[in-house]
Write a protein that binds this ligand. Structure first.
Ligand code: MN
Length: 250
């Protein structure tokens, strides 16, 4: 199984969790919330080859972490995965929205200046703004919209822009989330948990709880679990191949 967006460094007892994550999941993308946290997790997680650490700066904390933007921008050449980055338009972060936009644009531009990266993107209450930034700045990068809550029209718009989607159990717990998840084409989807932030029955989701996503996709598309697993694995392989090709041509 694959968890394409979880905050592995933020679980209580994270280091003891790693061996189990590495053995139960085929691949786990550990997104980070700040560039310094990325540097620490990258070193600590290095011996697990199927756990990748993404370089991030979470939109909710841009005010506190803006002095780490330089570290992020100059580390982009050394990584394949960026995240969590993006925009949050909810009321409590409205004041920092201009700063979020500035930082997100700079990150997207620097990814392009390096031939493109795979980018896990937050878009809560800011789907249109995020899509506009992608349309403006992204050519080679592969944007992966995490926990996307856009309308049907926005899903189609995102597909046209080359976006992928990561969907998780928390998203599947609401009617509108299941609806959006059902609109996403099977060849553009990856499972995620967003744990430990995302919870189920007030417990943090664990990276292997992506099993629910596989089950949902199987039912939705009337395919058996083996086929779904194969499709998801092929998606990840195809995505990694595609970014490598773009970077080689660059
Ligand atoms: Mn997240």
């Amino acid at each position: 199984m694959i968890d394409f967006h979880c905050h592995l460094d933020l679980y209580r007892d994270a280091m003891n969790l790693l061996p189990m994550v590495a053995s139960r999941n085929k691949f786990t993308l550990a997104v980070t919330t700040s560039p310094r946290a990325w540097a620490i997790a990258r070193d600590k997680f290095a011996k697990y080859s199927n756990i990748k650490v993404a370089l991030g700066l979470h939109p909710e904390i841009v005010q506190q972490k803006k002095n780490e933007l330089d570290l992020l921008l100059r580390s982009i050449p050394t990584v394949n995965y960026i995240g969590e980055v993006g925009l949050d338009g909810s009321t409590q972060y409205r004041e920092t929205f201009p700063l979020q936009e500035d930082i997100f644009s700079q990150i997207l531009q620097e990814c392009e200046a390096n031939g493109g990266r795979i980018i896990s993107i937050h878009s809560r209450c800011a789907t249109q703004h995020v899509l506009r930034k992608i349309a403006k700045h992204v050519q080679n990068s592969i944007p992966v919209l995490h926990w996307f809550t856009g309308s049907e029209k926005e899903v189609l718009q995102a597909i046209d822009l080359g976006c992928w989607f990561s969907i998780g159990p928390a998203m599947l717990s609401s009617f509108s989330g299941r609806r959006t998840a059902g609109l996403v084409p099977l060849d553009r989807v990856l499972p995620e948990t967003d744990g430990p932030f995302a919870t189920k029955n007030s417990l943090p989701l664990m990276p292997w709880d992506v099993i629910e996503v596989y089950q949902f996709l199987g039912e939705k598309h009337r395919l058996n679990q083996d086929t779904i697993e194969e499709i998801i694995q092929n998606n990840l392989n195809r995505m990694e191949r595609s970014i490598l090709e773009k970077q080689t041509k660059f």
